[in-house]
Each structure stands twice: as structure tokens, then as C-alpha cells.
Write a protein of this length. Structure first.
Length: 114
């Protein structure tokens, strides 16, 4: 299983970015796809995840601003990030969990300037 993330970049506060992560290989269902982030000097934290059955979960601080979605046919998960804040600056990682085995994509940098 391989994950390829894209979509990071530099944006001003209040702006938007959309992250994408495509999974390839033997993708079994049910599974869970999600996004984590890690800021310098901080622990990696779950931002949002989306099960293959449609259940979503969000970090409290991003609720109402971020939306996770997925295309099961394409094995792709998206993270639409609106109203970005400087504290959202981090490296964002996508993750796919299949039968308790976690696969990680490479990180993509998101930088929000004030």
C-alpha cells in the first residue's frame, strides 16, 4: 500500500487549501482514511478521519473550518481547509488504516501566514 499526498502550500490567514491523498495497492474494506498534522516541537495529532462506511471525526479546533471527504472508487481522501489560521501551520500526513495496520503518506507542508 502506498499513499501519495499533495496540495500543501503557503497561504494567508483566512485563506483555503485542499489536500489530496491517493492510496494504491491492496486496499481492503472496511478501512479508515485520515489526516494528521505535526507542528514543530509538537506531537502529531489527528485532524480528521473518514471511515469507508461514511463516519467522520474531527479535531475540535478545526470543526466548522475543515471538511474531510473521500472517493472510495479512487481510494482518495481530501481535506478542504477553509478559514486557515497561523496555528494550522504544520506538516500534514495522510493515513490509511486497514485491519489495524496503519500506512502513512509523505507529509505535505501547510504554512499559514498572519
Amino acid at each position: 500500500v502506498q499513499l501519495q499526498a499533495s496540495g500543501g502550500g503557503l497561504v494567508q490567514a483566512g485563506g483555503s487549501l485542499r489536500l489530496s491523498c491517493a492510496a494504491s495497492g491492496s486496499i481492503l474494506s472496511p478501512n479508515l482514511m485520515g489526516w494528521y498534522r505535526q507542528a514543530p516541537g509538537k506531537r502529531r495529532e489527528l485532524v480528521a478521519d473518514h471511515s469507508s462506511s461514511g463516519i467522520t471525526n474531527y479535531l475540535n479546533s478545526v470543526k466548522g473550518r475543515f471538511t474531510i471527504s473521500r472517493d472510495n472508487a479512487k481510494n482518495t481522501v481530501y481535506l478542504q481547509m477553509n478559514s486557515l489560521k497561523p496555528e494550522d501551520t504544520a506538516v500534514y500526513y495522510c493515513q490509511l488504516t486497514i485491519r489495524s495496520v496503519a500506512y502513512w503518506g509523505q507529509g505535505t507542508q501547510v504554512t499559514v501566514s498572519s
